[in-house]
Design a protein around this ligand. Sequence first.
Ligand SMILES: [Zn+2]
Length: 117
Amino acid sequence: MIAFDLFHLIFGASMIELITDPTPGKISYFREILEAEGIRTFVRNENMSGTEGMIPIFHPGLCIVKHSDLGRAKQLIAQSQPSDVSDTAAEIICLACSEKNPGNFASCWNCGAELPD
Ligand SMILES: [Zn+2]
């Protein structure tokens, strides 16, 4: 039962899901931000969406491993929400998906399309 306990420990009890989103690009966007700050993350249901011909039942979810990182991770995500950008003049609207992006972004956080200057 050691293997099961380990699985439960890693993927069950200790898993703290921060956000879920049907857009894999958004999950990886936040994942990069957290990993850059030294917060260990993993994506649940990563392979459950984005597959052509399959209906995703679960959205991918960004999780953190250490409970002690939770407060900081939530703070980083709150700060990084593109919709929370206070300097609206610097926002770039994506031509492909109409999502708002911070002015310093080269490609859309939502769909990955190149942004206009
Ligand atoms: Zn876009």
